[in-house]
Design a binder for this molecule. Structure first.
Ligand SMILES: Nc1nc2c(ncn2[C@@H]2O[C@H](COP(=O)(O)OP(=O)(O)OP(=O)(O)O)[C@@H](O)[C@H]2O)c(=O)[nH]1
Length: 383
C-alpha cells in the first residue's frame, strides 16, 4: 500500500501531515556546546562546542519530534580541553534534530533563524562556543542557548480561503478523499484539513481547507490570521464565497456575497500583500439556493473588476489593491456533480498554465545568463 501510494505520488513519499492531523507549532530548548579550554603552556587550543542542527525530513510530523524527545531539550556536546595528548582539543558532538519539511525556526523575540524547504536540508540553530585560544585567554566560550519555535507551514498546492460556512469543507470532501467536519454553523473547521485530488492520469494535487476568516481577523476576531500562514506556500488560492453572503450572528451586520469578497480581499492584504499576487480562482457556492443565478449575474462583472466597487465601502473595509481572479466559477458544492468536475479541471488547468509560465521564465533567465557569460568571454577586454 505504501509502495502504491508512493508510486501515485510520483515516487515521492506523501508528507505525513497530508495524511494525519498535525501540530503546526512547537517550542524547544536548544544549547550549543561550550568550547574546551586551551593549554597556555603549549599554546594548545580547546575543541569547538558542538552545534544544534535541524535537518529536513519529508516523512515526519512535529508530533513525531515531541515523541522522539519528550523533554524538548537539545543539548550539543562540549568541546574537549586541549591536553598533552591532544594539543588541538577535539570538537564537541553536534546534535541533529529532524523536523518536517516546511518548518521555519524563530527565536522567542521573533527573529527568524531560517527555514527548511527540502529533504536533508540542514540549518544550524544554536552554534557551539569557540575553544580556548590565546586571544580569549585560553578559556572556552559558552555556546548559544535559547528556546526556539518550530513553525510548520503546510506545503499544499492549493489553499481554500473563505468566510465560515461558505462550503469549503464540502468542496474539499467532494473533490478529494478527505473527510472534513461539515456542519451548518460557523467555525466547524478549527484546523487545516488536507485532501489529495487524484486525476485520471494519476496526477495528484494537494488542497488545504483552512478555518474560515471573518472581517477583523487581523485584530484576531474569529480564528484570526493564524492559519493564513498555510497559504503562503500554496501555488493557487481558491477563494470561496456563499452567494447568500454571511452573518456571524444577529448582533452583526449581514454581509452580501460581494461584501464578503471585498472583506476577504482586505484581510488577505492586511496579512501579507504578496498573497494578492498569487494565482487566484474565485468560486461562488450554493448556486442551488433560491434566485442564486440571478444574484450571481448581478455581481459577476463586479467580482472581475473588484477595484471598481471599492468606492461603495467605508475606508476601514476598503483594500488598497483589488484581487484579480484568473476565473470566476459558480457552483453547488453539495448538489452539482458536474460543478465539482469543473472545479477539479480548473484547478489542474491553472496549475499547469502557471507551472509552464514559470518554466519558460526560468529558461529565459538561464538563456540570458548564458548569453551574458559568453559575451563576457568573447567581448573586448577592459584593461
Ligand atoms: N445549499 C447548499 N448548502 C451547502 C452547499 N455547500 C455547503 N453547504 C452547506 O453549508 C454548510 C457549511 O458547509 P461547510 O462545508 O462546513 O462550510 P465551511 O466553509 O467549511 O465552514 P467552516 O468550517 O465554518 O469554515 C453545511 O451545512 C453544508 O451542508 C451548497 O452547495 N449548497
Amino acid at each position: 500500500m505504501v509502495y502504491i501510494s508512493k508510486l501515485l505520488h510520483g515516487g515521492k513519499p506523501i508528507r505525513r501531515y497530508l495524511r494525519n492531523g498535525f501540530t503546526d507549532s512547537l517550542r524547544v530548548y536548544v544549547r550549543g556546546g561550550t568550547g574546551g579550554n586551551g593549554l597556555p603552556k603549549f599554546g594548545g587550543v580547546g575543541g569547538q562546542g558542538g552545534n544544534v542542527v535541524v535537518v529536513g525530513k519529508e516523512s515526519i510530523t512535529l508530533d513525531d519530534v515531541v515523541r522522539s524527545n519528550k523533554s524538548k531539550r537539545y543539548l550539543a556536546g562540549n568541546g574537549t580541553c586541549s591536553s598533552h595528548n591532544f594539543i588541538l582539543g577535539p570538537p564537541g558532538e553536534s546534535v541533529k534534530l529532524q523536523v518536517p519539511v516546511g518548518v521555519s525556526v524563530f527565536t522567542d523575540e521573533g527573529k527568524k533563524l531560517g527555514e527548511i524547504n527540502k529533504e536533508n536540508e540542514e540549518l544550524i540553530i544554536a552554534k557551539g562556543g569557540p575553544g580556548g585560544h590565546p586571544r580569549n585567554g585560553f578559556l572556552g566560550i559558552k555556546g548559544q542557548c535559547y528556546s526556539v519555535r518550530l513553525d510548520l507551514k503546510l506545503i499544499a498546492d492549493v489553499g481554500l480561503v473563505g468566510f465560515p460556512n461558505a462550503g469549503k469543507s464540502t468542496l474539499l470532501k467532494a473533490i478529494s478523499h478527505a473527510k472534513p467536519k461539515i456542519a451548518n454553523y460557523p467555525f466547524t473547521t478549527v484546523r487545516p484539513n488536507i485532501g489529495i485530488v487524484t486525476y485520471k492520469d494519476l496526477r495528484q494535487i494537494s488542497v488545504a481547507d483552512l478555518p474560515g476568516l471573518i472581517e477583523g481577523a487581523h485584530v484576531n476576531r474569529g480564528m484570526g490570521h493564524e492559519f493564513l500562514k498555510h497559504v503562503e506556500r500554496t501555488q493557487l488560492l481558491l477563494i470561496m464565497a456563499d452567494i447568500n453572503g454571511f452573518q456571524l450572528s444577529h448582533q452583526y451586520p449581514h454581509r452580501s456575497c460581494l461584501d464578503t469578497i471585498v472583506l476577504l480581499n482586505k484581510e488577505l492584504e492586511l496579512y501579507n500583500p504578496e498573497l494578492l499576487n498569487k494565482p487566484k480562482l474565485m468560486v461562488i457556492n450554493k448556486m442551488d439556493s433560491i434566485s442564486g443565478f440571478q444574484k450571481f449575474f448581478e455581481i459577476r462583472d463586479k467580482i472581475l473588476n473588484l477595484g471598481d466597487v471599492f468606492y461603495e465601502y467605508p475606508d476601514e473595509m476598503k483594500p488598497e489593491k483589488p484581487l484579480i481572479f484568473d476565473d470566476v466559477l459558480a457552483i453547488s458544492a453539495k448538489e452539482g456533480i458536474n460543478d465539482i468536475n469543473l472545479v477539479k479541471e480548473k484547478i489542474r488547468h491553472l496549475l499547469d498554465v502557471y507551472a509552464e509560465a514559470k518554466k519558460e521564465k526560468e529558461t529565459e533567465k538561464s538563456e540570458f545568463l548564458s548569453i551574458r557569460e559568453s559575451l563576457n568571454e568573447k567581448g573586448p577586454k577592459l584593461v
